[in-house]
Design a protein around this ligand. Structure first.
Ligand SMILES: [Zn+2]
Length: 338
């Protein structure tokens, strides 16, 4: 079972790398926009964050990919209110949603679904160890070897190679600072929080993206934070080892489509509305259809990975996630045991 963990580590490291310096300039730039009244949408920490400001305090959904993201989120809140952060909700355990939490004040109540802690312990714990023991040290020595081999190269090339060494070292230092935060409170099917006259419903959609996702429904604001139930207009990570189920995932998205909701906050991608849910239902349905056809044709997992093209989505970012997605659906359709 080392293989799926490595995919998750790869993903975590890629995400950390993207935010640390980035193939995209400005990827680490924090941008805050208003989603509805006093509900804010924050991007630039990989997993999208939302926070609701009320006169009784603040409720935050997710906390970014590294400890410094936690500080950045708290700074953005402090620019807008001096009220305390009362609640932090985790939509699920993936590292790009939870790692800023250690910077939050002691008095913040952290809430997640009851399956969150199992997933975090089982997967984030080993992921973190591999990042610290293997991935970053390897990356550092590779970058250093590359720098040494550049003897006599131009200034620009040398600077880029030196930058890569620095970036890998920073990544390792940051990974070593990480403390996994566990929820103070968990719930089973649903939970209601009332804060400053607002009603916030935490809803468990069942096994879907993972076995422990939470949908955060801001009832009177007609808004919902989907967490990674919605990767909007990009290939999703489907987490087989942590209990994914794409059939129920689609059914959950259909249920949310029936809610009285106008603003849909995705875990990744731009702010959207119910059309974003429809897009995602389409993506998952297409993926299930393509994998289902391969299974019906008697193809092996490797052959299925070869044959599934998802051509309609060829222009979408994060295509490197597709293999893991195909494997998750293949396992689901063929009844592989976890
Ligand atoms: Zn996720």
């Amino acid at each position: 079972m080392r293989h799926p963990i490595r995919i998750a580590v790869l993903l975590a490291v890629i995400l950390l790398a993207v935010t640390a310096v980035g193939p995209v300039r400005g990827a680490d730039e924090i941008v805050v926009t208003r989603a509805a009244e006093d509900l804010y949408f924050l991007t630039g920490v990989v997993g999208n964050v939302a926070f609701l400001i009320t006169d009784e305090g603040v409720l935050v959904v997710d906390s970014g990919t590294k400890p410094s993201h936690g500080d950045a989120i708290l700074e953005e809140i402090a620019k807008r209110t001096d009220k305390p952060v009362r609640y932090l909700i985790f939509t699920h355990y993936h590292m790009d949603h939870v790692i800023g939490a250690q910077q939050f004040p002691e008095e913040t109540t952290v809430i997640a679904h009851k399956n969150f802690s199992y997933n975090q312990k089982e997967f984030n714990g080993p992921n973190l160890e591999i990042m610290i023991e293997e991935t970053y040290p390897k990356r550092i020595s590779e970058a250093e070897a590359k720098l040494e081999a550049l003897d006599g190269a131009g200034e620009e090339e040398l600077a880029a190679a030196a930058g890569a060494v620095e970036k890998a070292k920073t990544g390792l230092a940051e990974a070593k600072e990480i403390t996994l935060v566990y929820p103070d409170k968990t719930y089973d099917d649903a939970m209601t929080i009332t804060l400053g006259g607002h009603e916030i419903r935490l809803i468990y959609p069942g096994a879907s993206h993972t076995s422990g996702n939470t949908l955060v429904h801001f009832v009177d604001l007609k808004a919902v934070h989907m967490g990674d139930m919605l990767f909007y207009k990009r290939h999703p990570y489907i987490d087989w080892k942590a209990g994914s189920n794409t059939e129920n995932w689609i059914a959950s998205l259909e249920r949310v489509s029936d809610w009285d909701v106008e603003v849909v906050i995705p875990g990744h991608g731009e702010l959207t509305d119910k059309s974003g849910l429809a897009w995602k239902i389409g993506y998952l349905s297409d993926l299930r259809a393509e994998v289902g056809k391969a299974v019906k044709d008697g193809k092996s997992l490797e052959e299925t990975k070869e044959s599934v093209k998802m051509e309609k989505y060829a222009e979408m970012p994060w295509a490197y996630m597709l293999d893991a997605g195909v494997e998750a659906v293949y396992n689901e359709l063929t009844g592989v045991e976890r």
